[in-house]
Design a protein around this ligand. Structure first.
Ligand code: ADP
Ligand code: MG
Length: 419
Protein backbone atom coordinates (compact mmCIF):
# COMPACT_ATOMS: atom_id res chain seq x y z
CA UNK A 1 0.00 0.00 0.00
CA UNK A 2 1.43 3.36 -0.98
CA UNK A 3 2.01 5.95 1.71
CA UNK A 4 1.43 9.69 1.61
CA UNK A 5 4.75 11.49 1.68
CA UNK A 6 5.95 14.81 2.94
CA UNK A 7 5.30 16.15 -0.58
CA UNK A 8 1.57 15.51 -0.07
CA UNK A 9 1.52 17.44 3.21
CA UNK A 10 0.75 21.11 3.66
CA UNK A 11 3.67 22.14 5.84
CA UNK A 12 4.21 25.82 5.08
CA UNK A 13 4.41 27.72 8.36
CA UNK A 14 3.53 24.56 10.30
CA UNK A 15 5.47 22.93 13.13
CA UNK A 16 6.64 19.58 11.76
CA UNK A 17 7.87 16.81 14.05
CA UNK A 18 10.41 14.87 12.01
CA UNK A 19 11.49 11.47 13.37
CA UNK A 20 14.94 10.70 11.99
CA UNK A 21 17.30 7.82 12.69
CA UNK A 22 20.49 9.60 13.73
CA UNK A 23 21.68 6.58 15.70
CA UNK A 24 25.22 6.93 14.34
CA UNK A 25 28.55 5.69 15.72
CA UNK A 26 30.29 8.33 17.88
CA UNK A 27 33.99 8.16 18.73
CA UNK A 28 35.85 10.67 20.91
CA UNK A 29 32.83 12.96 20.79
CA UNK A 30 32.75 13.00 16.98
CA UNK A 31 30.43 11.32 14.48
CA UNK A 32 32.40 8.48 12.90
CA UNK A 33 29.99 7.67 10.08
CA UNK A 34 27.43 10.29 9.06
CA UNK A 35 25.65 8.34 6.31
CA UNK A 36 22.39 8.14 8.26
CA UNK A 37 22.50 11.91 8.83
CA UNK A 38 23.20 12.58 5.15
CA UNK A 39 20.38 10.24 4.17
CA UNK A 40 17.78 12.50 5.82
CA UNK A 41 19.16 15.79 4.50
CA UNK A 42 16.77 15.84 1.49
CA UNK A 43 13.73 15.66 3.79
CA UNK A 44 15.10 18.30 6.16
CA UNK A 45 15.98 20.67 3.31
CA UNK A 46 12.60 20.13 1.68
CA UNK A 47 10.78 21.05 4.91
CA UNK A 48 12.95 24.12 5.52
CA UNK A 49 12.45 25.27 1.92
CA UNK A 50 8.69 24.90 2.43
CA UNK A 51 9.04 27.27 5.39
CA UNK A 52 8.11 24.68 7.98
CA UNK A 53 9.34 24.80 11.57
CA UNK A 54 11.36 21.59 11.88
CA UNK A 55 11.59 19.74 15.19
CA UNK A 56 13.92 16.75 14.91
CA UNK A 57 13.51 13.67 17.10
CA UNK A 58 15.99 10.80 17.28
CA UNK A 59 17.46 8.23 19.61
CA UNK A 60 21.14 7.47 20.02
CA UNK A 61 22.52 4.27 21.49
CA UNK A 62 20.92 2.43 24.39
CA UNK A 63 20.80 4.76 27.40
CA UNK A 64 17.86 2.70 28.73
CA UNK A 65 15.76 5.50 30.17
CA UNK A 66 18.60 7.41 31.89
CA UNK A 67 20.62 10.45 30.95
CA UNK A 68 23.96 9.17 29.66
CA UNK A 69 26.37 11.99 28.80
CA UNK A 70 28.07 10.05 26.00
CA UNK A 71 24.67 9.48 24.36
CA UNK A 72 23.85 13.17 24.03
CA UNK A 73 23.01 14.32 20.52
CA UNK A 74 25.42 17.29 20.54
CA UNK A 75 27.95 15.69 18.16
CA UNK A 76 25.14 14.69 15.82
CA UNK A 77 23.72 18.23 15.81
CA UNK A 78 27.21 19.60 15.11
CA UNK A 79 27.62 17.38 12.08
CA UNK A 80 24.12 18.19 10.88
CA UNK A 81 24.84 21.92 11.32
CA UNK A 82 27.90 21.47 9.10
CA UNK A 83 25.92 19.65 6.43
CA UNK A 84 23.11 22.23 6.45
CA UNK A 85 25.53 25.15 6.89
CA UNK A 86 23.29 26.49 9.60
CA UNK A 87 23.33 25.90 13.34
CA UNK A 88 20.97 23.25 14.73
CA UNK A 89 20.44 23.73 18.49
CA UNK A 90 19.66 20.75 20.76
CA UNK A 91 17.35 21.03 23.77
CA UNK A 92 18.66 19.90 27.18
CA UNK A 93 15.90 17.30 27.37
CA UNK A 94 13.04 16.07 25.17
CA UNK A 95 10.57 17.17 27.86
CA UNK A 96 10.23 20.22 30.10
CA UNK A 97 9.13 23.82 29.98
CA UNK A 98 12.47 24.97 28.52
CA UNK A 99 11.90 22.71 25.55
CA UNK A 100 8.32 23.76 24.87
CA UNK A 101 9.36 27.43 25.20
CA UNK A 102 12.24 26.94 22.75
CA UNK A 103 9.85 25.32 20.27
CA UNK A 104 7.36 28.17 20.75
CA UNK A 105 10.04 30.70 19.79
CA UNK A 106 10.91 28.98 16.48
CA UNK A 107 9.99 30.83 13.29
CA UNK A 108 9.12 29.27 9.91
CA UNK A 109 12.28 27.94 8.25
CA UNK A 110 13.99 27.30 11.60
CA UNK A 111 15.11 23.97 13.04
CA UNK A 112 15.79 22.43 16.44
CA UNK A 113 16.64 18.95 17.73
CA UNK A 114 15.15 17.33 20.82
CA UNK A 115 17.69 15.62 23.09
CA UNK A 116 17.96 11.80 22.84
CA UNK A 117 14.44 10.39 23.21
CA UNK A 118 15.73 7.24 24.92
CA UNK A 119 16.82 9.25 27.97
CA UNK A 120 13.16 8.56 28.84
CA UNK A 121 12.10 4.93 29.33
CA UNK A 122 8.68 6.12 28.14
CA UNK A 123 10.00 6.26 24.56
CA UNK A 124 10.66 2.54 24.18
CA UNK A 125 7.62 1.69 26.35
CA UNK A 126 5.46 3.70 23.92
CA UNK A 127 3.97 5.52 26.88
CA UNK A 128 0.79 7.38 25.83
CA UNK A 129 1.49 10.49 27.96
CA UNK A 130 5.01 10.79 26.58
CA UNK A 131 3.63 10.46 23.04
CA UNK A 132 0.99 13.10 23.79
CA UNK A 133 3.61 15.58 25.01
CA UNK A 134 5.80 15.02 21.96
CA UNK A 135 2.77 15.33 19.67
CA UNK A 136 1.85 18.63 21.33
CA UNK A 137 5.08 20.15 19.95
CA UNK A 138 3.94 19.80 16.35
CA UNK A 139 1.04 19.96 13.92
CA UNK A 140 2.32 17.49 11.35
CA UNK A 141 4.40 14.31 11.81
CA UNK A 142 6.93 13.01 9.29
CA UNK A 143 8.85 9.75 9.68
CA UNK A 144 12.20 9.40 7.93
CA UNK A 145 13.60 6.86 10.43
CA UNK A 146 13.39 3.68 8.37
CA UNK A 147 16.07 2.04 10.52
CA UNK A 148 13.74 2.30 13.55
CA UNK A 149 10.47 1.54 11.76
CA UNK A 150 10.38 -2.05 13.05
CA UNK A 151 10.16 -0.76 16.64
CA UNK A 152 6.81 0.28 18.13
CA UNK A 153 8.02 3.20 20.24
CA UNK A 154 6.36 6.47 21.26
CA UNK A 155 8.10 8.46 18.53
CA UNK A 156 7.46 5.85 15.82
CA UNK A 157 3.86 4.78 16.51
CA UNK A 158 2.52 6.77 19.49
CA UNK A 159 2.99 10.27 18.04
CA UNK A 160 1.89 9.49 14.45
CA UNK A 161 -1.37 8.10 15.81
CA UNK A 162 -2.10 11.60 17.16
CA UNK A 163 -1.12 13.77 14.17
CA UNK A 164 -1.44 13.68 10.38
CA UNK A 165 1.49 11.37 9.60
CA UNK A 166 3.57 11.21 6.40
CA UNK A 167 6.61 9.36 5.11
CA UNK A 168 9.80 11.36 4.65
CA UNK A 169 11.76 11.20 1.41
CA UNK A 170 14.24 8.62 2.76
CA UNK A 171 11.41 6.48 4.13
CA UNK A 172 9.70 6.72 0.74
CA UNK A 173 12.88 5.61 -1.06
CA UNK A 174 13.39 2.67 1.31
CA UNK A 175 9.78 1.50 0.91
CA UNK A 176 9.89 1.89 -2.88
CA UNK A 177 13.15 -0.04 -3.34
CA UNK A 178 12.36 -2.84 -0.92
CA UNK A 179 8.75 -3.26 -2.12
CA UNK A 180 10.06 -3.51 -5.66
CA UNK A 181 12.03 -6.60 -4.63
CA UNK A 182 8.92 -8.26 -3.23
CA UNK A 183 6.38 -7.13 -5.78
CA UNK A 184 7.93 -6.64 -9.18
CA UNK A 185 11.60 -7.61 -9.41
CA UNK A 186 13.12 -7.80 -12.88
CA UNK A 187 13.97 -11.47 -13.43
CA UNK A 188 16.02 -13.45 -12.88
CA UNK A 189 16.17 -12.34 -9.23
CA UNK A 190 19.03 -13.62 -7.06
CA UNK A 191 19.45 -13.21 -3.30
CA UNK A 192 22.92 -13.44 -1.77
CA UNK A 193 22.54 -14.20 1.92
CA UNK A 194 25.42 -14.55 4.36
CA UNK A 195 26.23 -13.40 7.88
CA UNK A 196 26.81 -15.16 11.13
CA UNK A 197 23.64 -16.92 12.19
CA UNK A 198 21.08 -18.77 10.15
CA UNK A 199 18.49 -18.29 12.93
CA UNK A 200 18.24 -14.58 12.07
CA UNK A 201 17.78 -15.31 8.36
CA UNK A 202 15.35 -18.27 8.21
CA UNK A 203 12.28 -16.05 8.00
CA UNK A 204 13.71 -13.95 5.19
CA UNK A 205 14.82 -17.06 3.27
CA UNK A 206 11.34 -18.51 3.58
CA UNK A 207 9.61 -15.35 2.45
CA UNK A 208 11.99 -14.72 -0.45
CA UNK A 209 11.62 -18.36 -1.53
CA UNK A 210 8.45 -17.49 -3.46
CA UNK A 211 10.09 -14.45 -5.05
CA UNK A 212 13.62 -15.35 -6.13
CA UNK A 213 15.04 -17.62 -8.81
CA UNK A 214 18.38 -18.22 -7.08
CA UNK A 215 19.82 -18.16 -3.58
CA UNK A 216 23.56 -17.87 -3.01
CA UNK A 217 24.43 -18.77 0.56
CA UNK A 218 27.70 -18.01 2.36
CA UNK A 219 29.00 -16.86 5.73
CA UNK A 220 28.64 -18.71 9.02
CA UNK A 221 25.01 -19.50 8.27
CA UNK A 222 26.00 -21.73 5.35
CA UNK A 223 27.50 -24.21 7.85
CA UNK A 224 24.09 -25.18 9.20
CA UNK A 225 22.97 -25.95 5.64
CA UNK A 226 26.09 -28.05 5.00
CA UNK A 227 25.26 -30.08 8.11
CA UNK A 228 21.64 -30.42 6.95
CA UNK A 229 23.08 -31.96 3.79
CA UNK A 230 25.06 -34.49 5.82
CA UNK A 231 28.47 -32.80 5.91
CA UNK A 232 30.53 -31.97 9.00
CA UNK A 233 31.90 -28.50 9.73
CA UNK A 234 34.62 -29.04 12.36
CA UNK A 235 34.80 -26.25 14.94
CA UNK A 236 32.85 -23.82 12.75
CA UNK A 237 29.97 -21.70 13.91
CA UNK A 238 26.96 -24.02 13.78
CA UNK A 239 23.41 -23.71 15.12
CA UNK A 240 22.57 -27.34 15.86
CA UNK A 241 19.00 -26.52 16.82
CA UNK A 242 18.47 -24.97 13.37
CA UNK A 243 19.54 -27.92 11.25
CA UNK A 244 15.90 -28.99 10.88
CA UNK A 245 14.92 -25.46 9.77
CA UNK A 246 17.75 -25.49 7.25
CA UNK A 247 16.58 -28.87 5.91
CA UNK A 248 13.06 -27.45 5.54
CA UNK A 249 14.40 -24.48 3.55
CA UNK A 250 16.42 -26.84 1.31
CA UNK A 251 13.33 -28.95 0.68
CA UNK A 252 11.24 -25.87 -0.14
CA UNK A 253 13.85 -24.70 -2.64
CA UNK A 254 13.82 -28.10 -4.32
CA UNK A 255 10.04 -28.08 -4.34
CA UNK A 256 9.76 -24.64 -5.90
CA UNK A 257 12.55 -25.03 -8.42
CA UNK A 258 14.65 -22.31 -6.78
CA UNK A 259 18.36 -22.94 -7.20
CA UNK A 260 20.10 -22.94 -3.85
CA UNK A 261 23.88 -22.59 -4.05
CA UNK A 262 26.02 -23.46 -1.05
CA UNK A 263 29.80 -23.16 -0.90
CA UNK A 264 31.56 -26.01 -2.70
CA UNK A 265 34.90 -24.99 -1.20
CA UNK A 266 35.75 -22.94 1.87
CA UNK A 267 38.63 -21.24 3.64
CA UNK A 268 39.19 -22.90 7.02
CA UNK A 269 41.39 -21.55 9.82
CA UNK A 270 42.88 -23.00 13.01
CA UNK A 271 41.57 -19.96 14.91
CA UNK A 272 39.18 -17.21 13.84
CA UNK A 273 41.86 -14.55 14.41
CA UNK A 274 44.24 -12.42 12.40
CA UNK A 275 47.37 -14.33 11.38
CA UNK A 276 45.92 -17.78 12.12
CA UNK A 277 46.96 -20.71 9.95
CA UNK A 278 44.42 -21.22 7.14
CA UNK A 279 43.85 -23.23 3.96
CA UNK A 280 41.30 -23.96 1.25
CA UNK A 281 39.37 -27.24 1.39
CA UNK A 282 36.30 -28.74 -0.34
CA UNK A 283 33.11 -28.18 1.66
CA UNK A 284 32.70 -31.94 2.15
CA UNK A 285 36.20 -32.24 3.64
CA UNK A 286 36.23 -29.71 6.45
CA UNK A 287 38.82 -30.94 8.98
CA UNK A 288 37.69 -31.60 12.53
CA UNK A 289 39.54 -28.96 14.49
CA UNK A 290 39.27 -26.14 11.92
CA UNK A 291 36.66 -23.40 11.38
CA UNK A 292 35.11 -22.11 8.16
CA UNK A 293 35.98 -18.41 7.81
CA UNK A 294 35.23 -17.62 4.15
CA UNK A 295 33.99 -19.08 0.87
CA UNK A 296 36.71 -20.53 -1.36
CA UNK A 297 37.83 -19.48 -4.87
CA UNK A 298 35.71 -22.07 -6.71
CA UNK A 299 32.64 -20.84 -4.84
CA UNK A 300 33.51 -17.22 -5.65
CA UNK A 301 33.60 -18.17 -9.30
CA UNK A 302 30.40 -20.24 -9.13
CA UNK A 303 28.60 -17.35 -7.42
CA UNK A 304 29.79 -14.88 -10.06
CA UNK A 305 28.56 -17.22 -12.82
CA UNK A 306 25.19 -17.72 -11.13
CA UNK A 307 24.78 -13.94 -10.93
CA UNK A 308 25.57 -13.46 -14.62
CA UNK A 309 21.93 -13.57 -15.88
CA UNK A 310 20.45 -11.79 -12.84
CA UNK A 311 18.64 -8.52 -13.43
CA UNK A 312 17.89 -8.01 -9.73
CA UNK A 313 20.15 -8.88 -6.79
CA UNK A 314 19.56 -8.47 -3.07
CA UNK A 315 22.56 -8.91 -0.77
CA UNK A 316 22.47 -9.28 2.99
CA UNK A 317 25.30 -10.60 5.13
CA UNK A 318 29.05 -10.95 4.51
CA UNK A 319 30.28 -14.23 3.05
CA UNK A 320 33.08 -14.63 5.58
CA UNK A 321 34.66 -13.15 8.68
CA UNK A 322 35.57 -10.07 6.65
CA UNK A 323 36.66 -8.07 9.72
CA UNK A 324 39.85 -10.14 9.52
CA UNK A 325 41.22 -8.96 6.15
CA UNK A 326 42.66 -12.40 5.25
CA UNK A 327 39.17 -13.89 5.55
CA UNK A 328 37.47 -11.14 3.53
CA UNK A 329 38.24 -12.24 -0.04
CA UNK A 330 34.81 -13.75 -0.66
CA UNK A 331 32.98 -10.70 0.71
CA UNK A 332 35.20 -8.24 -1.19
CA UNK A 333 34.86 -10.20 -4.44
CA UNK A 334 31.06 -10.14 -4.07
CA UNK A 335 31.09 -6.39 -3.32
CA UNK A 336 33.17 -5.65 -6.43
CA UNK A 337 31.15 -8.00 -8.61
CA UNK A 338 27.86 -6.42 -7.54
CA UNK A 339 29.22 -2.89 -8.03
CA UNK A 340 30.20 -3.82 -11.58
CA UNK A 341 26.78 -5.35 -12.23
CA UNK A 342 24.94 -2.35 -10.79
CA UNK A 343 26.93 -0.07 -13.09
CA UNK A 344 25.93 -2.27 -16.02
CA UNK A 345 22.24 -1.84 -15.19
CA UNK A 346 21.40 -4.69 -12.79
CA UNK A 347 19.25 -3.58 -9.87
CA UNK A 348 21.37 -4.21 -6.76
CA UNK A 349 19.93 -3.62 -3.30
CA UNK A 350 22.07 -4.13 -0.19
CA UNK A 351 20.81 -4.26 3.39
CA UNK A 352 22.50 -5.17 6.68
CA UNK A 353 24.96 -3.23 8.81
CA UNK A 354 27.97 -5.47 8.21
CA UNK A 355 27.42 -5.95 4.48
CA UNK A 356 27.14 -2.18 4.07
CA UNK A 357 30.29 -1.70 6.18
CA UNK A 358 32.14 -4.05 3.81
CA UNK A 359 30.98 -1.95 0.83
CA UNK A 360 32.00 1.24 2.57
CA UNK A 361 35.52 -0.02 3.16
CA UNK A 362 35.83 -0.47 -0.59
CA UNK A 363 34.10 2.87 -1.34
CA UNK A 364 31.48 1.06 -3.40
CA UNK A 365 28.23 2.18 -1.75
CA UNK A 366 27.53 4.87 -4.35
CA UNK A 367 27.60 2.28 -7.17
CA UNK A 368 24.61 0.32 -5.85
CA UNK A 369 20.99 0.92 -6.80
CA UNK A 370 19.95 1.18 -3.17
CA UNK A 371 21.67 0.78 0.17
CA UNK A 372 19.19 0.34 2.97
CA UNK A 373 19.84 2.46 6.07
CA UNK A 374 18.08 -0.14 8.22
CA UNK A 375 19.63 -3.54 8.93
CA UNK A 376 16.99 -5.17 11.12
CA UNK A 377 14.21 -3.11 9.54
CA UNK A 378 15.11 -4.13 5.99
CA UNK A 379 15.21 -7.81 6.97
CA UNK A 380 11.82 -7.59 8.67
CA UNK A 381 10.43 -5.81 5.62
CA UNK A 382 11.68 -8.59 3.35
CA UNK A 383 10.23 -11.17 5.72
CA UNK A 384 6.92 -9.78 4.50
CA UNK A 385 6.07 -8.26 7.86
CA UNK A 386 4.35 -4.90 8.16
CA UNK A 387 6.64 -2.59 10.12
CA UNK A 388 4.69 -0.74 12.85
CA UNK A 389 6.35 2.60 12.06
CA UNK A 390 5.23 2.32 8.43
CA UNK A 391 1.77 0.85 9.10
CA UNK A 392 0.78 3.93 11.09
CA UNK A 393 1.54 6.39 8.27
CA UNK A 394 -1.38 7.55 6.12
CA UNK A 395 -2.15 5.53 3.00
CA UNK A 396 -2.46 7.14 -0.37
CA UNK A 397 -6.15 6.87 -1.25
CA UNK A 398 -6.68 4.39 -4.08
CA UNK A 399 -8.39 6.05 -7.07
CA UNK A 400 -11.87 4.50 -7.51
CA UNK A 401 -11.18 3.03 -10.99
CA UNK A 402 -7.97 1.31 -9.92
CA UNK A 403 -9.71 -0.01 -6.84
CA UNK A 404 -12.17 -1.90 -9.03
CA UNK A 405 -9.46 -3.62 -11.04
CA UNK A 406 -8.54 -7.13 -10.02
CA UNK A 407 -5.34 -7.23 -7.99
CA UNK A 408 -2.29 -8.36 -9.97
CA UNK A 409 -1.32 -11.99 -9.50
CA UNK A 410 1.37 -12.51 -6.89
CA UNK A 411 2.61 -15.62 -8.66
CA UNK A 412 6.16 -15.66 -9.92
CA UNK A 413 6.47 -14.44 -13.49
CA UNK A 414 8.27 -17.62 -14.52
CA UNK A 415 5.50 -19.86 -13.21
CA UNK A 416 3.00 -20.75 -15.95
CA UNK A 417 -0.42 -19.27 -15.42
CA UNK A 418 -2.73 -22.11 -14.47
CA UNK A 419 -6.45 -21.56 -14.50
P1 ADP B 1 24.57 -8.00 8.33
O1 ADP B 1 24.90 -7.03 9.45
O2 ADP B 1 25.13 -7.57 7.01
O3 ADP B 1 23.13 -8.35 8.29
P2 ADP B 1 25.18 -10.25 9.99
O4 ADP B 1 25.12 -9.36 11.18
O5 ADP B 1 24.13 -11.25 9.81
O6 ADP B 1 25.33 -9.37 8.67
O7 ADP B 1 26.56 -11.05 10.01
C1 ADP B 1 27.80 -10.40 10.05
C2 ADP B 1 28.80 -11.19 10.80
O8 ADP B 1 28.90 -12.51 10.30
C3 ADP B 1 30.20 -10.61 10.68
O9 ADP B 1 30.60 -10.15 11.96
C4 ADP B 1 31.05 -11.77 10.20
O10 ADP B 1 32.29 -11.85 10.85
C5 ADP B 1 30.19 -12.96 10.55
N1 ADP B 1 30.54 -14.13 9.74
C6 ADP B 1 30.55 -14.25 8.40
N2 ADP B 1 31.00 -15.45 8.02
C7 ADP B 1 31.28 -16.14 9.15
C8 ADP B 1 31.77 -17.44 9.43
N3 ADP B 1 32.07 -18.28 8.45
N4 ADP B 1 31.94 -17.80 10.72
C9 ADP B 1 31.63 -16.94 11.71
N5 ADP B 1 31.15 -15.71 11.52
C10 ADP B 1 30.98 -15.30 10.26
MG1 MG C 1 25.13 -7.31 11.60
Amino acid sequence: MEKLTVRDADVAGKRVLLRVDFNVPIEDGKVKDDSRIRASIPTIRYLLEQNAVVILMSHLGRPNGKVVESARLRAVAERLSGLLRSRVPVTGDALGIGTSDAIGRLKPGQILMLENLRFHGAEEANDPDFAKTLASYGEVYVNDAFGTAHRAHASTVGVPALLPAYAGLLMEREIRNLSQLLEAPKRPFAAVIGGAKVSTKIAVLEHLMTKVDTFLIGGGMANTFLVAKGMTVGKSLLEKDRVADAARVLAAAEDQGVSFLLPSDVVVAKEVTRGAEHKIVPAHKIPNSWSVVDIGPLTRQAFAEALEPARTVFWNGPLGVFEVPTFGDGTRAMARDLARRAEAGTTVVVGGGDSVAALEELHLTSKMTHISTGGGASLEFLEGRELPGIAVLQHRPVPPRAAKRKPASKAKAKAPAVR
